[in-house]
Design a protein around this ligand. Structure first.
Ligand code: ADP
Length: 520
């Protein structure tokens, strides 16, 4: 790159750097990586083959460019003036000895990140230090300010071409505090929506990330029992009304019409008031429960997420600084090592996102008859890698006869892999690690010889985000996802401690009629 900056007209150098940048962008999943000379002109770009490439464009007006040219490693969120996409940009000076000879910038496409969240039950948004929302799972919240922006801020935004000034609007939001961490917010859009909002400040970036859970019908699952109780109440009241009406009709036949009607109306009015009061109470209880339940789930989730993402982010920052320092000293091998670590961290964050996505969307896939042994064998093939790397054994006695169960092949395999992984985790400190799998009837038992499940934990292990693992080692979603999967199959997943020590998890499935030609 330094050579190219010195000889920008050299076609062989342009081609080589372009290709280098393209591969780098693919590795870090950036939407572009590009090199600018000190005038801001882009002389090489990962996107060189694309029609909308930055090649030849001048970015000297961008804050990230001027900051990097001043010698700082800068980062900036900005509305892409070339592509119309929102991007998050990092820029660093390119130094030749003491001299800054150019600027290298990396652009990440914000919408790619947002798409991970789409389809989850909650909405989310990320606002900058001015409470300006530049990222959100809801496209109609983009470029909305949560409070009026001062003229100075607007001027700065316009000057930096940071956001499309003509699209900036105030988000019609009203909030009231619920407790220390959460607020109840109402947002007027095409319709009026109410959410519970919890926020987390990302201090390094000076951003606030908020999660908004709608208070709506989707959250009522947990309240089923309450609703049933409520419905029973309604039915009783309904029967009472019907009875009153019937009685009224009889009365009408016998008594003076007007009098009887008045009595009836009064009675109905009385009962209606009772009914309304009962309904009001029910609704209040419901709302209280939703809030209590959601707040604790949200609290757990924000804590888990901010930890899971902050820790690798902090690591990435350190590795990037290291790599930078090594590059300054021409210690390419060490720099490369640090960059590899950054790549691993990115993989890890991607895995976490994938987990969350699985958790948020539970697709209603079809289930069918499966040969239990075939699924177990496939799960064992997946585990093989871990066993090879970290040791541990599986003792599995396949059933003597063919056992057909109802389920989905991949999802059941995921459950089994999960249980085996947990069993191996539980025995991490032991020299001998054996996971025993066996089948009785249509049940699969996964047993380990670890410490077993702690007494206080046993009621909570299937809760989302419950984990006793060291920070960074578990998200606490595995068992919760597995539990839901097995329930989808009409089966059950339960956990116990074995009398001889260790934990034993049992997946009990429904028996299915065998199919002749297995379409597995
Ligand atoms: P994670 O593995 O990310 O912690 P899980 O939902 O898979 O999430 O497990 C939740 C918790 O259940 C674990 O943190 C652990 O405390 C407990 N647990 C799961 N499997 C076992 C096991 N085989 N032995 C002991 N405890 C277990």
């Amino acid at each position: 790159m330094i050579d190219l900056l010195a000889n920008p007209g050299n076609p062989a150098l342009v081609a080589a750097v372009n290709e280098d940048l393209r591969q780098t962008a693919a590795t870090v999943r950036a939407s572009d990586v590009y090199l600018m000379d000190i005038s801001g002109l882009t002389i090489a770009a990962a996107s060189y083959r694309e029609p909308s490439s930055f090649l030849g464009r001048n970015f000297n007006y961008q804050t990230y460019f001027s900051q990097a040219l001043g010698g700082a490693l800068s980062s900036f969120s900005v509305y892409g003036t070339t592509t119309g996409e929102r991007g998050y940009f990092y820029a660093a000076p390119v130094e030749d000895g003491e001299r800054i000879v150019g600027v290298l910038a990396v652009k990440f496409n914000v919408s790619a990140f947002e798409s991970i969240w789409r389809g989850a039950n909650s909405e989310f948004m990320v606002a900058d230090r001015n409470d300006f929302v530049f990222m959100s799972s809801r496209p109609d919240w983009h470029f909305r300010a949560m409070r009026p922006l001062s003229d100075a801020t607007l001027r700065l935004i316009a000057q930096n071409l940071q956001y499309p000034i003509d699209r900036i609007e105030l988000l019609p939001i009203t909030t009231s505090p619920l407790d220390a961490d959460a607020r109840l917010v109402t947002i007027e859009g095409t319709e009026r929506e109410t959410y519970i909002l919890t926020s987390q400040r990302l201090a390094d970036l000076d951003w606030t990330m908020s999660s908004l859970s709608p208070i709506g019908p989707a959250t009522l699952n947990a309240l089923q029992s309450l609703l049933i109780a409520g419905l029973t109440g309604l039915l009783l009241l309904g029967a009472l009304l019907a009875y009153l009406l019937k009685q009224a009709r009889l009365t009408e036949a016998f008594a003076k019409e007007q009098d009887a009607k008045r009595v009836l109306e009064a009675a109905v009015a009385d009962r209606t008031t009772d009914l309304e009061t009962a309904l009001g109470d029910l609704r209040q209880t419901q709302t209280d429960l939703i809030q209590a339940g959601k707040l604790s789930a949200l609290g757990q989730m924000s804590a888990a997420l901010s930890h899971e993402f902050n820790q690798p982010l902090a690591a990435v920052k350190t590795y990037a600084d290291n790599a930078n320092a090594f590059l300054d000293r021409d210690q390419v091998a060490q720099a490369k090592d640090n960059i590899n670590r950054i790549s691993k961290m990115a993989d890890r964050m991607a895995t976490i996102s994938a987990h969350l996505r699985n958790f948020a969307r539970r697709p209603q896939q079809a289930t069918g008859p499966l040969l239990l042994n075939a699924v177990v064998q496939d799960a064992l093939a997946v585990i093989e890698m871990r066993l090879a790397a970290q040791g541990g054994e599986i003792a599995y006695t396949p059933p003597k006869t063919e056992i057909w169960v109802t389920g989905g092949h991949v999802r059941l395999q995921q459950v089994i892999v999960n249980l085996i992984n947990n069993a191996l985790d539980a025995m991490e400190d032991q020299a001998k690690r054996v996971v025993t799998l066996d089948v009785t009837g249509t049940s699969l038992h996964v047993r380990d010889t670890g410490p077993g499940i702690e007494h206080d934990a046993i009621a909570k292990i299937f809760d989302p985000f419950f984990t006793t693992k060291a920070p960074g080692k578990g998200l606490g979603l595995g068992l919760s996802i597995s539990y839901n999967i097995v329930s989808d199959f009409g089966g059950t997943l339960c956990a116990a401690n074995h009398p001889d020590g260790g934990a034993i998890f049992t997946v009990k499935l429904q028996r299915a009629a065998p199919i002749k030609v297995a379409a597995q």
